[in-house]
Design a protein around this ligand. Structure first.
Ligand SMILES: Cc1ncc(COP(=O)(O)O)c(C=O)c1O
Length: 477
């Protein structure tokens, strides 16, 4: 039914003269429905717009967005991966989506069973002691983990002040460490993108709580010296926190237990295809080693005599969020993991293959920032662009003009003008070839023409600093 607001209807009605003869008019044109008997006396305070105008407005806005459905979305680090429709069908099941989040455990055993199963499957994939789905996002998992580290040292009356974080880390790492009350010490990154162990040795002391290491790191490179790193940390009683956001590059292939990881947060959207919570309200996960179990946030879930119940771990840091997990997202991850079954290593295999394919085919056109093999994403340097009088932004805008989303640019910070390309595992060879051809043609076209991009985007050239610092938000087109 269309809802025209009264203003629209009244204005139009005064212009209309119906040419209907008196004797044809109905005796009583009033509909006999109880809801129509007592019309409201006061106009509700709604914007005076017709539904058609609204629908068209939002549809127009939606078309300004670039989405995965439009084509390759190679946004490194943020991982815009395809979320299979099966996930949506499972999450839309009325038996699931009509559940009230405050139902007591005895009335939501089926839902809790799915949460516990998901936690168990991810625990197995990580090879750690436990995974909790309590956190609302990757960054929230980091905060939960850093709070647990603080509680772990406090329980031993061991005063620790610092968390060490490599230069290439995601900004949420230092933010989480600071929010949990630690000071951050920066660790240098070698030119090849790996953590500089000399810098780590220099920074380590008995005031160090942990190293927060992303692995594979934000250069897309696996930290192969992880055993040496672990030994160094053990020598001062510090913990190994792994930012596991990039698990999609290693899932099904690497044991985090064998790497000596004490805590790791996962971003379910990157590996297990849930919508991105962007810091929350989405779904994160936190994996922990045996010694961290008593400090997990409360409540946690466990099976007891055939039933699932909530309990508070012995030295819990307490509640980190209103309800346990974001069930709709857990369902999506659950269905995604079960769909892959025992083939989850295919996820990482294909992600690395696709990224490596682009890297090889772009040889001589773009230069990887590191000579080491990259995994699910590759960071390229700005040098070949600079040589042609272009910048990283020019390449990004030229890609937008040619129907691709732009890669992540100027991150990680240790690579000036970085271009970070992550194709994900679901892209076909044809789509990758199209992207490669497009980058190649941009790199050979007249630089002056490339500098004019974007010409086909809804917004042409903006002053990006002012747009970020001083946005003028408007509904006007
Ligand atoms: C390496 C890394 N760590 C942490 C995060 C933060 O995760 P989230 O956006 O889920 O809060 C991200 C973002 O995707 C990331 O790439």
């Amino acid at each position: 039914m269309q809802h025209f607001t009264r203003m629209t209807v009244r204005k139009e009605a005064s212009l209309v003269r119906f040419a209907v003869k008196e004797d044809l008019k109905p005796v009583n044109s009033k509909l006999d429905h109880p809801l129509l008997k007592k019309p409201r006396k006061k106009e509700p305070d709604f914007p005076q717009l017709a539904e058609t105008d609204l629908v068209r407005h939002y549809y127009r806005l939606a078309r300004l967005n670039f989405s995965w459905e439009d084509g390759l979305y190679p946004l490194g680090s943020c991982t815009m991966k395809y979320n299979p429709l099966l996930n949506e069908a499972v999450a839309a099941e009325p038996a699931f989506n009509a559940l009230h989040p405050a139902l007591p455990a005895e009335h939501s055993q089926g839902a809790l069973q799915i949460i516990v199963e998901t936690e168990k499957m991810i625990t197995q994939l990580l090879d750690l002691a436990h995974v909790t789905l309590a956190p609302a996002a990757g960054a929230h998992g980091e905060l939960t983990g850093t709070m647990m580290m603080r509680a772990w040292f406090e329980a031993k009356n061991d005063k620790r002040k610092y968390i060490l974080i490599p230069d290439s880390a995601h900004g949420t790492n230092p933010a989480s460490a600071a929010m949990a009350g630690f000071e951050v010490k920066k660790i240098a990154v070698r030119p090849n993108g790996t953590t500089d162990l000399d810098s780590l040795k220099k920074a380590l002391d008995h005031e160090t709580a942990a190293l927060m290491l992303t692995n594979p790191n934000t250069m897309g490179i696996f930290e192969n010296e992880i055993h040496e790193i672990k030994k160094l940390l053990d020598s001062v009683g510090a913990l190994l926190y792994m930012d596991g956001a990039n698990l999609n590059a290693i899932v099904g292939r690497v044991s985090l237990g064998k790497m000596g990881v004490d805590l790791t947060q996962l971003n379910l959207h990157k590996t297990f295809s849930t919508p991105h919570g962007g810091g929350g309200p989405g779904q994160g996960a936190l994996g922990v080693s045996e010694r961290m179990l008593p400090f997990l946030p409360g409540p946690q879930l466990r099976e007891n005599a055939g039933k699932i119940e909530f309990f508070n771990p012995e030295k819990s840091i307490g509640r980190i969020k209103g309800s346990y997990g974001q069930f709709g997202n857990i369902l999506r991850a659950w269905s995604y993991i079960l769909r892959w079954g025992n083939q989850t290593r295919e996820i990482s295999g294909r992600a690395v293959l696709n990224s490596t394919y682009i890297r090889k085919k772009l040889g001589g056109v773009l230069t990887p920032a590191s000579d080491l093999p990259s995994m699910h994403e590759t960071v390229y340097s700005e040098k070949p662009l600079k040589d042609r009088g272009l910048t990283t932004v020019n390449l990004a805008k030229a890609l937008l003009d040619r129907g691709f989303y732009a890669p992540t640019i100027y991150f990680p910070l240790n690579v000036p003008g970085a271009i970070m390309v992550e194709p994900t595992e679901t892209e076909s060879k044809e789509e990758l070839d199209l992207f490669i051809e497009t980058v190649r043609s941009i790199m050979t076209e007249d630089p002056e023409k490339i500098r004019q991009s974007p010409q086909n985007a809804p917004v042409i050239k903006i002053d990006e600093t002012s747009a970020a610092r001083n946005p003028r938000l408007s509904w006007r087109m």
